[in-house]
Design a protein around this ligand. Structure first.
Ligand code: HEM
Ligand code: HEM
Length: 244
């Protein structure tokens, strides 16, 4: 038997061999690029943000000779503003990209199958059902998580820019655009605290997200991590009867 026939052939006597292998192109290059740049920026923002909130012990000597907090804050502001630029590019791609590029920006609340899908995925993640459902894009539970994450990002960007505008002054364009955050949080310290708490919410998201990506890659019979690298989702079983 040739190699191809062996891979695509029927299950062997022990049921160990994949029945068929099918791939679908899901994540276009701009989405993948955004994902990994975004991940890197968020790690940078969490580390530098943590250090802004809990600074390292002072170093001896003239402050201008080491400029320690200056570099940490500079890295935070540079990463923060890059996050916003990449977010806007990603938003643009949601309009011009394929249907999967739009998924994380809306929830199909009117779709009953989708609601049942959330319940099913909850059971699946709790090991209460045996068969993984196959999806070309994100599964309904992941969809909710990604959408909520986008809302968190929006809050972090608006609160971060509002805090930044305090340094730029009330005449700055930053204050004109993001000063509305001080109408919601009149006390700047409150805004600091919520911005800080937002970081911990993002840390929780990232931990659960990486766990789910690795878990699904192994258990759900469809590729996950490599899909965010190559763009293609590989289905290890027949895909005739799964929801799109
Ligand atoms: C700070 C770190 C990270 C953040 C903020 C993050 C965020 C996201 C977001 C927002 C999406 C949705 C992408 C879209 O549809 O446009 C996504 C998808 C994905 N991420 Fe991450 N990610 C991070 C790190 C990682 C890491 C380290 C891995 C690999 C272990 C990973 C694996 C994936 C996979 C496999 C998907 C696609 C999931 C699916 O197809 O349902 N991510 N991530
Ligand atoms: C994932 C996104 C982000 C995370 C996790 C994050 C995290 C943090 C944390 C933990 C702090 C310390 C708050 C405190 O305890 O006082 C902080 C401060 C700050 N962040 Fe962010 N941040 C993010 C995005 C942004 C963005 C987009 C900007 C906009 C440029 C920004 C600008 C600032 C500013 C101006 C401060 C106050 C600095 C200071 O008072 O010295 N952040 N950030």
């Amino acid at each position: 038997m040739t190699e191809i026939a062996r891979v695509h052939g029927p299950l062997d006597a022990h049921g160990e061999r994949a029945k068929s292998l099918q791939t679908v192109y899901v994540y276009e290059a701009p989405v993948r690029l955004w994902h990994w740049v975004n991940a890197l920026l968020i790690v940078t923002l969490c580390i530098t943000g943590y250090l802004i909130g809990s600074p390292l012990p002072s170093v001896s000597g003239e402050a201008s000779a080491s400029f320690q907090m200056g570099y940490i804050r500079f890295a935070h502001f540079a990463a923060g503003q890059s996050l916003i630029v990449f977010f806007l590019l990603r938003l643009y791609w949601a309009f011009v990209g394929n249907r999967n590029s739009r998924q994380i920006f809306y929830l199909p609340l009117h779709n009953r199958t989708w609601w049942w899908g959330i319940l099913y995925e909850l059971k699946w993640y709790l090991f209460m059902v045996k068969d993984p459902k196959k999806y070309i894009g994100h599964n309904p539970l992941a969809h909710v998580a990604m959408f909520s994450f986008m809302l968190f990002l929006l809050f972090m960007m608006a609160s971060g820019m509002a805090l930044y505008s305090e340094g730029q002054g009330i005449d700055s364009w930053q204050y004109k655009v993001f000063g509305f955050m001080f109408a919601i949080f009149p006390n700047s310290q409150d805004l600091h605290t919520w911005h800080h708490l937002g970081m911990w919410a993002i840390v929780v998201f990232v931990v659960v997200h990486i766990y789910a990506a690795v878990r699904e890659d192994i258990l759900s019979r469809q590729s996950m991590i490599s899909s965010m690298i190559s763009g293609e989702r590989l289905f290890r079983d027949d895909i005739d009867d799964f929801p799109r």
